[in-house]
Design a protein around this ligand. Structure first.
Ligand code: AMP
Ligand code: ZN
Ligand code: FE
Ligand code: FE
Length: 280
């Protein structure tokens, strides 16, 4: 038994449909699963329907929002917020719209660099999903410009790559307040990928951060111990997950493979009930 509180589906840049993801998570022994697509909750109805076939699996609604920090990005996961809220959904839609313009700019940059991919193919790969760099990476690979997704990032579209294009993103404190505003619990994703983490944590905690990923992906034990101590220090829930995007990326953590204890999901649900109670 395990929790996996960080996964992606075809609704953003994952490979599995929400239903496939839920079925495979149940088969992998996941008892608490969260679907946390980038900027979209559109996979949740299908995931909920699939979860109904697996009495041992509890689905926790989630999302992942990218935010800007000096020198890079911080990703904020949100859990158990009011998914139906129209104002929130309009905000998420605007994030997804920004992704389109920014992906177009990267496609233009790639053309200029002599490694063209067609916009039509990128859109086709993204399908119904919120368009992201993994879709462009796939197109680069198909066009024979790179041998792997990883090299597409390393050579072209990584954060400091020559074809990278950004978009205007919120500050992490704003994303934290946004999730709180709609009754959810904001959690810092993959803290080892967050530049300037320790200097930033007091402000994030002050803005209402509720948790931090500790048992994330294939993080080694020393890193987990360090983040567990930081979570304790700031009174944050210690959570985590695989950040699974689908099969085919051999170096990545498998679904349900992050060694996140089943209690992590329980703690998340209990903290949400406490927060709702204290708001009356
Ligand atoms: P985007 O949201 O469009 O900026 O794309 C971010 C996504 O790209 C992340 O969620 C990862 O799935 C993926 N990604 C980021 N960096 C890398 C990398 N170096 N190698 C492979 N995938 C990456
Ligand atoms: Zn992703
Ligand atoms: Fe992320
Ligand atoms: Fe993610």
């Amino acid at each position: 038994m395990t929790s996996d509180l960080h996964t992606h589906s075809t609704i953003s840049d994952g490979i599995l449909t929400p239903r496939e993801l839920v079925n495979q998570a149940a088969a992998a022994g996941v008892t608490y699963l969260s679907l946390t697509d980038h900027d979209s909750t559109d996979g949740l109805p299908e995931a909920q329907a699939a979860a109904a076939d697996h009495p041992g699996l509890t689905l926790i609604p989630g999302i992942e929002i990218s935010t800007d920090v000096a020198e890079g990005e911080a990703h904020i996961l949100g859990y158990l917020f009011d998914v139906e809220n129209a104002e929130l959904q309009a905000t998420l839609e605007s994030f997804r719209d920004d992704r389109v313009g920014r992906a177009r700019r990267m496609v233009q940059n790639l053309e200029r660099l002599g490694v063209p991919v067609t916009w039509e193919r990128v859109v086709e790969i993204a399908g119904q999903g919120a368009i992201g760099r993994p879709h462009i990476a796939q197109a680069l690979m198909e066009a024979g410009h790179v041998p792997s997704i990883r090299e597409a990032f390393d050579r072209y579209i990584g954060n400091f790559g020559p074809a990278y294009a950004g978009r205007r993103k919120m500050a992490p404190e704003e994303a934290i307040r946004l999730i709180r505003q709609y009754g959810g619990l904001p959690v810092l994703a993959h803290p080892d990928e967050t530049p300037g983490l320790e200097a930033m944590l007091p402000a994030l905690a002050g803005a209402g951060l509720a948790g931090m990923e500790v048992d994330y992906g294939l993080y080694p034990a020393e890193l987990r111990a360090r983040f567990r101590a930081l979570a304790d220090q700031y009174g944050l829930l210690a959570l985590g997950g695989s950040d699974y995007h689908g099969p085919g990326r051999a170096a990545d953590c498998p679904l349900g493979g992050s060694q996140t204890p089943p209690e992590a999901g329980e703690r998340l649900l209990a903290a949400h009930q406490d927060a709702a109670r204290s708001l009356g």
